[in-house]
Design a protein around this ligand. Structure first.
Ligand code: ATP
Ligand code: MG
Length: 258
C-alpha cells in the first residue's frame, strides 16, 4: 500500500563480497507499517535488527527486494528520520542546549528561535537546569534525554531507535521510557521502529511486537499489543493483561535465543 509509512517487500541482505565470506543477514522480509504506529523488533543478537534500521535509513541498500517510505524507494539518508542509539553521540564540546540546537540548525531555523525551542524541549525532558552543562557533566540517563530532545527538535516523521535505552540502569530506563512514550502519545503522528533486547520494554511501549528468528533474520511472528493508551508503564508492567501479552511473545522468542 502506497500510504504505508514503511514497507519492505521481499527484502534480503547479504554482507561480504570478494575477499570476505558472504553472510545472509536478513532473509526475505515483508513488512508494512502504517503511519503513526509504534513497532518494536525483538530477536537474538546478530539476527539483523540493526541491518533493517540501516536499510530504512538509507545507509545500506538491500541485496534483493525493496525498502520504501510512503511508497517511494529509499535511496539515500533523509532529514526527516531521527536515528537514536544506545549511547548517543552528543558533541562533547557543546552544551546540552547547543546539542539540541544542532538539528534545528541543519533545518535552517534562526538563532533566537533555535535557542527558545531547545530550552522548551529540554524542559519537556526535565533538563531545564542542565541546559548549559556539557555531556561529560551529565549522567548516562541525562545524556539520553538530551538525545531524545535533540531528535524531537527535528520533529522526525520516522524514529529509528536501536536499543535507545539499553545502556541505562533499570530504574532510569523506566523513567526515560515513561517520558518518551508520553511525549509520543501526545500526537502519535510519527512512526516509531524500536529495536530492543528487553521484551518487557517492547510490550510496554509498542502497538506491535515483531519477533525475529536467529540469523538469517526473518519475521517469525507479528504480535498486536492490545493495551490501552496512554500507558502508565511503571504500573502497567504489573498488570495481568500486560504479563499475559509478554508471556505469549516470550515463548516465541525463547526458542530463538536459547
Ligand atoms: N558491515 C557488515 N559486514 C559484514 N557483516 C555484517 C555487517 N554488519 C552486520 N553484519 C552481520 O550481519 C548480521 C546481522 O547484524 P546486525 O548488526 O543487524 O544484528 P543485530 O540483530 O542488530 O544484533 P545485535 O542484537 O547484537 O545488535 C550479523 O551476523 C553480523 O555479523
Ligand atoms: Mg544491533
Amino acid at each position: 500500500m502506497a500510504n504505508n509509512a514503511v514497507s519492505l517487500e521481499g527484502v534480503s541482505l547479504v554482507f561480504g563480497g570478494q575477499d570476505t565470506e558472504h553472510v545472509l543477514a536478513v532473509d526475505t522480509i515483508d513488512l508494512e507499517i502504517p503511519q503513526g504506529e509504534f513497532v518494536a523488533i525483538v530477536g537474538p543478537s546478530g539476527c539483523g535488527k540493526t541491518t533493517i534500521l540501516n536499510m530504512l535509513s538509507g545507509l545500506i541498500k538491500p541485496t534483493e527486494g525493496s525498502v520504501k517510505r510512503h511508497g517511494k524507494e529509499v535511496t539515500e539518508p533523509s532529514q526527516d528520520i531521527g536515528y537514536m542509539l544506545a549511547r548517543s553521540a552528543l558533541s562533547p564540546w557543546r552544551t546540552a542546549r547547543k546539542n539540541v540546537e544542532l538539528g534545528l540548525q541543519f533545518h535552517g531555523v534562526g538563532r533566537t528561535e533555535r535557542r527558545a525551542r531547545a530550552l522548551e524541549l529540554l524542559e519537556l525532558l526535565h533538563l531545564q537546569d542542565f541546559a548549559n552543562a556539557f555531556p561529560s557533566q551529565l549522567s548516562q540517563g541525562m545524556q539520553q534525554r538530551v538525545a531524545i530532545a535533540r531528535t524531537l527538535a527535528i520533529d522526525p516523521d520516522l524514529w529509528l531507535m536501536d536499543e535507545p535505552f539499553g545502556a541505562l540502569d533499570a530504574q532510569t530506563r523506566l523513567v526515560v521510557q515513561g517520558e518518551f512514550i508520553s511525549l509520543w502519545e501526545k500526537s502519535k503522528e510519527s512512526t516509531v521502529i524500536f529495536v530492543t533486547h528487553d521484551l518487557e520494554e517492547a510490550v510496554l511501549l509498542a502497538d506491535r511486537v515483531l519477533v525475529m528468528t536467529a540469523r538469517p533474520g526473518r519475521i517469525k511472528s507479528d504480535n498486536v499489543i492490545d493495551l490501552p493508551r496512554p500507558r502508565v508503564i511503571d504500573e502497567l508492567r504489573f498488570d495481568d493483561s500486560f504479563k499475559a501479552a509478554e508471556h505469549k511473545i516470550w515463548k516465541e522468542l525463547r526458542d530463538e535465543i536459547i
